[in-house]
Design a protein around this ligand. Structure first.
Ligand SMILES: Cc1cc2nc3c(=O)[nH]c(=O)nc-3n(C[C@H](O)[C@H](O)[C@H](O)COP(=O)(O)OP(=O)(O)OC[C@H]3O[C@@H](n4cnc5c(N)ncnc54)[C@H](O)[C@@H]3O)c2cc1C
Length: 398
């Protein structure tokens, strides 16, 4: 039997997140384009409501939410913040908080996760380097064991939340090569605090999501204790994909929500604006575009929740790893594309105003465009789905 409803508890969570997001985030969202940061009272408000890394178990200050419930929060935040800054702040910590909660050591979880869920520290993910993005095995950053410590050297680039972790506290779950001759089995993940000697941050001037930073950092002979390992040595390549999949599912929901919200603004404009003596909403050429985008994004929304539901079913041993990878990749494949196409259409309806920075939708377009790359590009989503359909032996490379 099919049932597309949320539970009563999930509906209550949606209500309270919507209330908070519409009262505290929506009115100030566009200001983040200029201030380039998320206001502290918003972060604290989110923390008080349990919206920062709610996927972490209650023992470490989280809510123990499943992926579908995490998706509901992502959707409401995305509807309230067209700049995408708060959705990114949320999705990164929800996804990688989930991974840390599952694979981190007890000592590290006690030390780090309560600071994250309280909104004091930022927890990010650092896999990408200047020469290695989609191809994680091309990672050049190294980690080697030395006594009861590990020594890390390298550089990470295009990483979300570098300024947040560097200035507020916290760090990034990072991947590095430990055994260069072992391929996928030679990668190790660990928590890297950014506020320490040997870390030098750099920043990039992104096109959008202005309220949260993107940057990189060099890692020069940085020593980390062994309890900062996330999972076992040599398991990093596999663990990182679990986190990516979580994040991709949330991103798909965020894209659908941003696009649908933009269409709502567009509908209002079509009814108000007149041309040739008629409201724009009367022109069928524009009506058809509205109907098409709305339909695509509604299917994207459903597909995204289905993908997150599949993720949760893996935890209940009712879905396999491969089913999860495929479902999530299918959801993210068109997410950014369909959403930016819809937002672009809404900008078009607004005439010349659509091309000004005063137009809310252009900020949404710039934010959502990032998801064609972030946490796995739209091309890599196609690679994953095709691999699951044809079998690994048809992958063109190893
Ligand atoms: C705003 C933003 C925030 C980000 N935040 C983070 C973060 O927090 N942490 C992090 O680790 N990374 C982050 N990233 C990096 C992101 O994960 C990478 O951009 C992504 O994985 C692609 O890697 P790349 O940019 O090196 O492109 P490349 O891997 O060099 O790819 C270049 C192009 O070739 C395509 N391509 C590559 N291989 C194939 C193939 N086999 N078949 C077909 N096409 C292919 C890609 O899809 C892409 O279009 C962020 C990126 C952005 C834009």
């Amino acid at each position: 039997m099919l049932d597309f409803t949320f539970t009563e508890e999930q509906e209550m969570i949606r209500e309270s997140v919507r209330d908070f997001a519409q009262r505290k985030i929506a009115p100030i969202a566009m200001e983040m384009e200029k201030t380039k940061q998320i206001p502290e009272d918003v972060i604290q408000g989110m923390a008080e409501l349990g919206l920062i890394a709610p996927t972490v178990s209650t023992k470490y200050g989280g809510q123990g939410f499943d992926a579908v419930t995490a998706g509901i929060i992502a959707e409401e935040l995305s509807r309230a913040d067209p700049t995408g800054s708060i959705p990114v702040f949320y999705l990164v910590q929800a996804s990688w908080g989930h991974v840390f909660n599952k694979y981190g050591t007890e000592e590290a979880k006690q030390e780090i996760l309560p600071n994250v869920t309280k909104g004091k520290w930022f927890l990010g993910i650092a896999t990408t380097e200047s020469d290695a993005g989609s191809d994680v095995l091309g990672t050049r950053t190294t980690i080697r064991k030395e006594g009861d410590h590990y020594i890390v050297n390298g550089e990470k680039m295009y990483i979300s939340g570098v300024r947040e972790a560097y200035t507020r506290g916290g760090g990034h779950i990072t991947i590095a090569k430990q055994f260069p001759d072992r391929g996928a089995k030679g990668m190790t993940m660990f928590y890297l605090p950014l506020q320490q000697k040997g870390i030098i941050p750099t920043y990039v001037d992104d096109l959008g999501r202005e309220g949260i930073s993107t940057g990189g950092f060099t890692i020069d002979n940085v020593s980390i204790p062994k309890h900062y390992l996330v999972g076992e040595e040599g398991k990093g390549f596999y663990i990182v994909h679990e986190g990516y999949e979580y994040a991709r599912g949330l991103i798909a929901v965020i894209c659908a929500a941003a696009g649908l919200k933009s269409l709502e603004r567009g509908e209002k404009y079509l009814k108000e604006r007149k041309a040739f003596g008629l409201p724009l909403a009367k022109f069928e050429a524009l009506q058809f575009r509205l109907a098409e985008h709305y339909t695509k994004l509604s299917f994207l929304r459903l597909g995204s929740y289905w993908a997150l539901w599949t993720y949760d079913r893996e935890g209940q041993k009712k879905a396999t790893r491969f089913e999860v990878s495929k479902a999530i990749a299918m959801a993210k494949m068109f997410a950014s594309e369909w959403s930016t196409q819809a937002i672009d259409e809404v900008m078009q309806w607004q005439g010349a105003f659509g091309y000004t920075r005063e137009c809310t939708d252009q900020a949404a377009w710039r934010a959502i465009r990032s998801f064609a790359w972030a946490e796995g590009s739209k091309e890599i989503m196609r690679v994953i789905v095709a691999r699951e359909l044809l079998g690994k032996e048809y992958t063109a490379y190893k």
